[in-house]
Design a protein around this ligand. Structure first.
Ligand code: OGA
Ligand code: MN
Length: 294
């Protein structure tokens, strides 16, 4: 079965048409969406408002669920399920928008750095599914960069330089980068760092891609400054406009991205206005884990 799709308004990604993702899917439809993900890295479903439970049921069909950052920052009362990421600026008690100094609000600001979800853990994330519930009147887009096209466009010398390199990803690195360091020892140690090759290959398509982002903190065998500078240079290259899709949210959108092949970042918005998205994520247990020394 080849589902009906149309390209997104950007260099990659497709919109899936004619599938109600709130109903259980036939195995061949799941398979077809997996193939679309391998080929396109982003699949958008429009105009299908979902409950939390519908979103969880949809996501589970694609693999085991990730509860990611929950080990570091505790959920608020609004969203109790460990497998549902509350990507909102709403207060836990239902009183509206949370204050700017609320730990969750501060913490979510790191989502505005280019990253791959849960690359700081093993297994890392495979698919993230972000569902839009309400949007601010300005800003709050989510941007995606295609790490496959970015890899292809590297010069040969750089491809040789990075082949075989391994980066260490740490959960709080992105937070420290923007000066959010109010974490105690327990939080700092809650998720041990993970190591991933800087160049990886999609096991189905055989296509190579970069694997970098704001959680990547160092490169094995390099001094921290040399490794970070290389990671920054690669990030700057990979996030150029020609590799980028910008998503303007509509209520009822569900956008699925492949965390292996893309980076993403949220854009600033007026923190006084409600923005509410819900994220569910599958793990990528098939990627070979590189054992950490010690
Ligand atoms: C996420 C994320 C960005 C955004 O949910 O993983 O990075 O636009 N979100 O809120
Ligand atoms: Mn994210």
């Amino acid at each position: 079965m080849k589902p009906e799709t149309r390209p997104l308004d950007g260099p990659f990604g497709v919109e899936l048409l004619g599938v109600d993702v709130r109903e259980p899917l036939a195995p061949e439809t799941i398979e077809a969406i997996d193939r679309l993900m391998d080929e396109n890295a982003i699949v958008l479903i429009r105009n299908q408002p979902m409950t939390k439970d519908q979103q969880l049921a949809f996501t589970k069909q694609f693999g085991p669920l990730d509860s990611g950052f929950r080990k570091v920052v505790k959920p608020n009362a609004r969203v109790q399920e460990a497998e549902v990421g509350d990507i909102s600026n709403l207060a836990g008690d239902g009183s509206g928008v949370a204050g700017r100094t609320d730990r969750r609000i501060v913490n979510n600001i790191a989502n505005q750095l280019w990253h791959s979800d849960s690359s700081f853990q093993a297994p890392a994330a495979k698919y993230s599914m972000l569902h839009s519930v309400q949007n601010p009147s300005w800003g709050g887009e989510t941007e995606f960069a295609d790490l496959r096209a970015a890899y292809d466009a590297l010069d040969e010398r750089t491809k040789q330089r990075i082949e075989g390199l391994v980066a260490e990803h740490y959960a709080l690195h992105s937070r420290f980068l923007i000066g959010d360091d109010a974490y105690d020892e327990e939080q700092r140690n809650a998720i041990p760092p993970a190591k991933w090759p800087v160049v990886r290959t999609n096991p189905v398509t055989g296509r190579k891609h970069l694997f970098i982002g704001a959680h990547a903190a160092s490169i094995d065998g390099m001094t921290v400054p040399e490794g970070r500078m290389l990671l920054w240079d690669l990030l700057e290259h990979a996030t150029q406009p020609q590799f980028r899709y910008v998503h303007h949210w509509q209520v009822g959108d569900t956008l699925i991205w492949d965390n292996r092949a893309t980076l993403h970042r949220g854009r600033a918005f007026d923190l006084d206005e409600p923005r509410e998205l819900r994220r569910t994520t599958t793990l990528d247990p098939d990627a070979p884990e590189l054992k950490l020394a010690g």
